[in-house]
Design a protein around this ligand. Structure first.
Ligand SMILES: [Zn+2]
Length: 302
């Protein structure tokens, strides 16, 4: 089975504290790491979680508020100084390219920076490798924001090992079977494919939604995902403030999760005005029971 593990690096909105860090999630798919947002101190958090920095090549930035990207410069600088990685791909909105060139004007070290500009208007596929496809689409906030959805790619059928021996299958026959074809023996008899194969595990998926107002138009893009991260900056007591500042409440995040029929909801990006985060969980679970609070260091294996 393929590894699909999410580690939460930061959970607070706006201002980090001695124990709470700003937004960053890192997803490990078969030792390929995808970083979503890069708040202040993200490289320190990655080290604390014992994730190899050298494997972080793909960084997805949702929007250009500081709590989502101020950690990028420290991270890129470390890549340059220690020659940790050679190619880094940054998926973000256009202004970030100039910001990076301004903050890090000198091309030191061996890092090749590839900037991929996100479309701020529509749903699109932005990335693909042998394990996953990643999509982005716009959210509604005070400035342009992109959401990200990671979908595991379709896998081939699995072969029943005992049948390989029993029929003495050749490599070509095995490939044909894995692709769904029936088996034809030397006498011309057709044996159905499912004698030899079984379906691969259910494909996994993860959606990263921050920062946004309550917006039902996103539901088709996240429908049925295994794990939905949806920001919940405020509790219902401050629902008005959530709308005014372009954010969501815990109840709103849970309503989206419920309507989108997701497997699990993680809420985070909490305003630092709340010392007790259990209110968020209480409010969300009344609507969507399989909700958990984001915590620094929380790991979820799908
Ligand atoms: Zn934010």
């Amino acid at each position: 089975m393929k590894t699909f593990t999410l580690t939460i690096l930061g959970t607070t909105s706006a201002v980090p504290t001695s124990k709470r860090y700003t937004s960053a999630h890192i997803l490990n798919v078969c030792e390929h790491y995808y970083l979503f947002d890069c708040g202040e101190a993200t490289q320190i958090r990655i080290r604390q979680e014992k994730i190899p920095l050298s494997k972080v090549h793909h960084i997805f930035i949702s929007h250009l508020h500081g709590d989502h990207f101020f950690g990028l410069f420290g991270l890129l600088s470390s890549f340059q100084l220690h020659r940790i990685v050679t190619d880094v791909y940054i998926y973000a909105h256009r202004p970030l390219k100039n910001i990076i060139n301004t903050v890090l004007p000198y091309d030191e070290g061996n890092v090749n920076l590839h900037f991929v500009e996100l479309n701020v208007d529509s749903y699109e596929q932005i990335y693909e490798d042998k394990h996953v496809k990643i999509f982005s689409f716009p959210l509604k906030h005070r400035i342009p924001v992109s959401a990200f959805v990671v979908k595991q790619k379709e896998e081939l059928l699995k072969l029943r090992k005992e049948k390989i021996v029993e029929f003495g299958l050749s490599i070509k026959e095995m490939i044909d079977l894995k692709n769904g074809n029936d088996y034809v023996d030397s006498a011309g008899n057709v044996i159905p494919n499912d004698v030899f194969t079984y379906p691969p595990a259910k494909l996994k998926s993860y959606a990263y939604i921050t920062d946004t107002i309550y917006d039902e138009s996103i539901i088709p893009y996240i429908y049925n995902v295994d794990v939905l991260y949806h920001e919940a900056t405020f509790t219902s007591k401050h629902a008005n403030h959530a709308t005014l500042s372009g954010h969501s409440t815990a109840q709103q995040a849970a309503t989206i999760a419920q309507k989108a029929n997701v497997g699990k909801l993680i809420i985070g990006h909490f305003s630092s005005r709340y010392n007790d985060r259990s209110i968020f969980l209480d409010e969300a679970t009344q609507i969507f029971s399989n909700t958990i609070l984001a915590e620094e260091g929380l790991k979820i294996t799908f």
